[in-house]
Design a protein. Structure first.
Length: 372
C-alpha cells in the first residue's frame, strides 16, 4: 500500500490543523472553522471545482487524480473525519452542477467562490420519505407570479453555512434540480441545525421552503421535457461520491486500530486487531481498484456499493470491540477516541444504507436504475 504522504508531505501539517479543529467543532464551530483557514486546506477542499471557477487552487493540489484524492481523504480521516467534513468547497452539488448545468448556470453557482471558499449542499432527503426520488413532496410550481419552491428537506449536510445549493423537487409529473442561494433567501428559506451524535462536522440541517422565489434560469434541465437523462447522469455523481465516504470510514478505522495497538490488550484481542488490519488493507486495495476503474471511464455501480458497505461494516466492527477491550480510564482520558467511536456509526447513513448497497451489490449493470 503506497504512502500518500510521499507525494503530499504537507498532509502531516494539515492533519495537525484538522486535529485542532476537531477538538473544537462540537462546542465552538466558528473557532474550529478558523483552524481550517489555510491555503493548502482551501485548495484541498476545492478539488473537483474547475480551475476557471476556483481561485483557491494551489500547484500541489491541482489536477489531483481520483485515486489520489481518495487516498488523501482516507489519510486525513485517520486524524478526524468529522473535522474534514467541515471543509467548504466541492460537494455532491458541485459534481451535479458540472454534470447537468449549462455554462451560465455553472458560472452563477460558483460565483460564491470568488471571495472565499464557500459551502454548498445537495438537498434530496425529506421527513417521512427519506431519499426516495420518486416520492418527494417538495414542489416547484409556476404561476403568473413566477416560479416558487415549497417543501421541507431534512438531514442536509453543510446547509447552515452554505452560500449555494441544489434542491431536488417535484415538477408536474417529473422532477427538477433547482439552484438556491441561501444568502439571499431569508425569510423564504428557514435553516435549522439538527443535533448529531457522530460526525458533527457534517452540519446536518432542516430546510423549509415557503414560497421561495426561483428564477427560471436556476432550474437545471428545464429546457428538457423530462430529466431522465439528467437523473442517469446524477446517479453517476452519487456513485463517484460513495467511495469518498468509504475512504472516510477506512481512515477512521485506521485511527481506531492504531489507538488499540498503543494499549495493553489480551492475546485474543491482539489477534482480532491483526485480523481487522488485514480487512482494512484488503478494503483499501478495493478502494484503489474502484478508483482506477472510474478513472478509466468504467461504470461500477455494484463494486461501489460493495466498497461502501465493506468499509462501513469494518469501522463499526472495530468500534464495537472498544468497550470490551479498553479499560475505564481509556475512555475517560481519550476524548478523541470517544469521538472516533461515535463517528464510526454515522457512516452507515451517508450516501445509502447497507441494505440498499447489499441490493446494488448483486445487481447487473444493465438493470441499474436511477435511484438516489
Amino acid at each position: 500500500m503506497s504512502d500518500i504522504t510521499r507525494r503530499y508531505p504537507q498532509l502531516y501539517a494539515l492533519s495537525e490543523r484538522l486535529l485542532a479543529a476537531g477538538q473544537l467543532e462540537e462546542n465552538n464551530l466558528q473557532l474550529a472553522i478558523a483552524y481550517l483557514d489555510d491555503p493548502e486546506l482551501r485548495s484541498l477542499a476545492c478539488i473537483g471545482i474547475p480551475s476557471r471557477f476556483n481561485p483557491w487552487e494551489t500547484p500541489a493540489f491541482s489536477n489531483v487524480s481520483y485515486p489520489r484524492h481518495l487516498q488523501i481523504i482516507e489519510y486525513l480521516s485517520r486524524t478526524d473525519a468529522s473535522a474534514m467534513m467541515l471543509f467548504p468547497g466541492a460537494s455532491l452539488s458541485t459534481r451535479a452542477i458540472l454534470s447537468l448545468g449549462n455554462e451560465q448556470q455553472q458560472t452563477r453557482f460558483f460565483a460564491c467562490f470568488a471571495e472565499r471558499p464557500a459551502w454548498t449542499f445537495f438537498a434530496v432527503t425529506e421527513p417521512e420519505i427519506g431519499s426516495d426520488a420518486g416520492a418527494i413532496s417538495t414542489e416547484l410550481t409556476h404561476s403568473e407570479q413566477g416560479w416558487r419552491l415549497n417543501g421541507t428537506k431534512k438531514l442536509i449536510g453543510g446547509a447552515m453555512l452554505a452560500s449555494a445549493g441544489l434542491v431536488f423537487a417535484r415538477y408536474q409529473q417529473s422532477q427538477r434540480l433547482v439552484m438556491v442561494f441561501p444568502d439571499d433567501a431569508e425569510p423564504a428559506l428557514l435553516r435549522e441545525p439538527l443535533g448529531t451524535v457522530g460526525l458533527a462536522g457534517a452540519g446536518l440541517t432542516r430546510l423549509t421552503f415557503k414560497d421561495y422565489r426561483v428564477e427560471e434560469d436556476d432550474i437545471l434541465g428545464h429546457e428538457r421535457r423530462e430529466l431522465l437523462q439528467g437523473l442517469n447522469s446524477l446517479s453517476l455523481v452519487f456513485e463517484r461520491h460513495r467511495p469518498m465516504v468509504a475512504a472516510m470510514a477506512l481512515g477512521t478505522t485506521f485511527g481506531l486500530l492504531t489507538a488499540l495497538e498503543t494499549r495493553p490488550l489480551p492475546t485474543m484481542a491482539r489477534r482480532s486487531v491483526a485480523r481487522l488490519w488485514r480487512k482494512y488493507h484488503a478494503i483499501y486495495q478495493q478502494m484503489l481498484t474502484v478508483a482506477e476503474g472510474y478513472s478509466n471511464g468504467q461504470h461500477q455501480h455494484a463494486l461501489t456499493s460493495q466498497l461502501k458497505r465493506n468499509a462501513t461494516r469494518l469501522v463499526e466492527e472495530a468500534a464495537c470491540h472498544l468497550p470490551h477491550w479498553l479499560n475505564h480510564d481509556d475512555w475517560l482520558e481519550d476524548r478523541l477516541l470517544r469521538k472516533r467511536y461515535r463517528d464510526s456509526f454515522a457512516f452507515e447513513y451517508m450516501e445509502g444504507t447497507s441494505n440498499i448497497h447489499l441490493l446494488n451489490s448483486f445487481r447487473p449493470p444493465a438493470t441499474q436504475g436511477t435511484s438516489l
